[in-house]
Design a protein around this ligand. Structure first.
Ligand SMILES: [Zn+2]
Ligand SMILES: [Zn+2]
Length: 269
């Protein structure tokens, strides 16, 4: 392989927010950065994402691509603030693609209008704050079972058992010769081991420990019992809830087989 090839450069994952919807343990809600081959991806945009980016000294305008798993607030409520940032503080110089499940665009536009009534991203060309940004934004719907290629990144998805009627996605992101699978929020899904197979990193939600009866989130005992089914280099548990954190001392093997995420964690692939 040519030593200067793009595949020689590592893929770096930064976990900005490893908490659940309740910010358990003071952790930030969902937000991840993936850097590879000159492309910067924001995966999930929890309410705090703008502050998290600035704290990590990651310029919001440096994001090339956004990928969103589902429409719950702990995964998208930071988008209106990012849009505000792009309207006023750091105008985008490049088009920005936002990949996510159906209805993401309406939901984000609705949130922006609700929170900042003078802004409107839904009418490019009209005289409203946000017109310039609307020209640069491109929402792309990712349906379960499909793949999208954007910015040297291939994103595949399956539906996760988490929301109805809204669609929640588990995501498989291939970039620069590496593959990251993100469960999104999900109950146990028999399709997940096959979807994860061969990935370099599996970021898997783990909200509960004792509450094993819930079918719309994953719990630690179930994941630990099924660890062998996941043929993956490294498995990191995230979206950690109160129950998991209170059992932390029983869990963390620290060897990559089933580690716990923390805010600010960096993973090089
Ligand atoms: Zn969530
Ligand atoms: Zn959710």
């Amino acid at each position: 392989m040519n030593s200067n090839s793009a595949h020689d450069t590592p893929v770096n994952v930064t976990i900005l927010g490893s908490g659940d919807a309740f910010a358990s343990g003071g952790r930030a809600q969902s937000a991840y950065i993936i850097d590879a081959g000159g492309v910067r991806i924001l995966l999930e945009a929890g309410p705090d994402v703008l502050r998290l980016l600035k704290k990590a000294e990651i310029p919001p305008s440096s994001i090339d691509l956004m990928i969103i798993s589902h429409l719950h607030g702990d995964h998208i409520a930071g988008l209106p603030f990012l849009m505000l940032e792009y309207m006023w503080e750091s105008p985008l110089k490049h088009p920005l693609t936002v990949i996510g499940p159906r209805h993401l665009e309406e939901r984000v536009n609705g949130l922006v209008r609700l929170l900042y009534p003078n802004a409107d991203l839904s009418k490019p060309g009209k005289k409203a704050t946000g017109t310039e940004l609307a020209r640069k934004l491109k929402f792309v719907v990712l349906e379960p079972g499909k793949k999208i290629r954007a910015k040297k990144v291939t994103v595949g998805a399956i539906r996760s058992p988490h929301t109805k009627p809204d669609i929640s996605l588990s995501l498989r992101i291939a970039i620069n010769g590496k593959t990251i699978v993100f469960s999104g929020d999900s109950g146990w899904n028999d399709a997940l081991p096959e979807f994860v197979r061969g990935a370099d990193l599996f970021l898997c939600e783990c909200t509960y420990f004792e509450s094993k009866h819930l079918t719309f989130h994953l719990n630690y005992p179930e994941l630990a019992a099924n660890r062998d089914k996941f043929d993956v280099g490294r498995m990191v548990l995230t979206h950690l809830g109160r129950e998991v954190l209170s059992h932390k001392h029983e869990i963390n093997p620290g060897d990559g087989s089933l580690d716990l995420a923390y805010d600010g964690m960096k993973i090089e692939l």
